[in-house]
Design a protein around this ligand. Structure first.
Ligand SMILES: Cc1ncc(COP(=O)(O)O)c(C=O)c1O
Length: 266
């Protein structure tokens, strides 16, 4: 979040992030402990730990519950609360078999999206103690988030909560199939065994192509993706079925072949 959303955290909340980079987005307890080491000068203070699960830029990777527990322990020892950015926590749960409640039990507060994999058109839910939620509601209004007509969206959110989670394994299977197909069409751009949830990242720069050029060619061919952290990112969700995946693979292959051909011709 430090580098997205036009840095609102810094501007509206006066928060400075200290980023920790983990292997595929997964932080280790040791790494967190090192970050929480008290600063002898008392100027570098950490007030809150945040973990993202699944980790988007890490490739939709799942933080295992044991890793979260270990981080929680380090946080408790340092008296620093833990917040879970669980925008895609239901994907983490579907992939790992760990109930969402178990992840939630390890943190002080979390958010999850009703949109994304769960399929609502809009909406996220912030969870925590009653006092925390009361405070958050006040802050939400303070920064312009009062919304008196949200019931219609909440209704869609309820359906997403009831129907969304059980459908996620299908998205994950589709993503794995897509990853296999993309890797066959562009060897060296991705490792399908790393696809754990509904995201597939292809590193086209690793095979000498320009991500935004590939994106534009895909779009022109009717295949929509985006570029995240310099890689072409594909998502599977409730509007993408197995047939769509099978149609996408040859489009990708054609686009990659064309882009390579043109690059050689230059
Ligand atoms: C990792 C992560 N956290 C939080 C959010 C915030 O979601 P929203 O603004 O829909 O509540 C997003 C949205 O893309 C996200 O990807």
């Amino acid at each position: 979040m430090a580098t997205t959303e036009v840095s609102t955290s810094a501007i509206l909340s006066g928060i400075a992030f200290h980023r920790m980079v983990g292997e595929r987005g997964i932080l280790s307890a040791e790494q967190v402990a090192a970050t929480l080491q008290p600063d002898p000068y008392g100027v570098e203070v950490v007030d809150l730990l945040e973990v993202e699960n699944t980790h988007q830029v890490g490739g939709g990777s799942v933080v295992p519950i044991d890793d979260l527990r270990a981080i929680r322990k380090v946080g408790l020892e340092a008296n620093v609360p833990l917040y879970l950015d669980g925008a895609r926590i239901f994907n983490a749960s579907a992939a790992s078999g760990t109930p969402v409640a178990e992840y939630a039990g390890e943190v002080d507060a979390l958010m999850f999206c009703l949109s994304k994999g769960l399929g609502a058109p809009i909406g996220s839910v912030l969870c925590g103690s009653a006092a925390f939620v009361e405070d958050a509601r006040r802050t939400k209004i303070l920064i312009g988030g009062a919304w008196r007509q949200a019931g219609i969206m909440a209704a869609a959110g309820l359906i997403a909560l009831e129907e969304g989670p059980k459908r996620l394994p299908e998205d994950h299977a589709n993503a794995r199939r897509l990853a296999d197909g993309l890797a066959e069409g562009a060897p060296g751009s991705l490792d399908p065994t790393q696809v754990e949830t509904n995201m597939v990242f292809a590193d086209v720069a690793a095979i000498g192509l320009e991500p935004f050029d590939v994106l534009e060619r895909l779009r022109a061919a009717g295949l929509l993706a985006n570029v995240v952290a310099g890689k072409v990112r594909f998502l599977t969700h409730r509007d993408v079925d197995a047939g769509d995946v099978e149609r996408a693979i040859p489009v990708w292959r054609r686009v990659i072949d064309e882009a390579r051909h043109e690059r050689r011709g230059r």
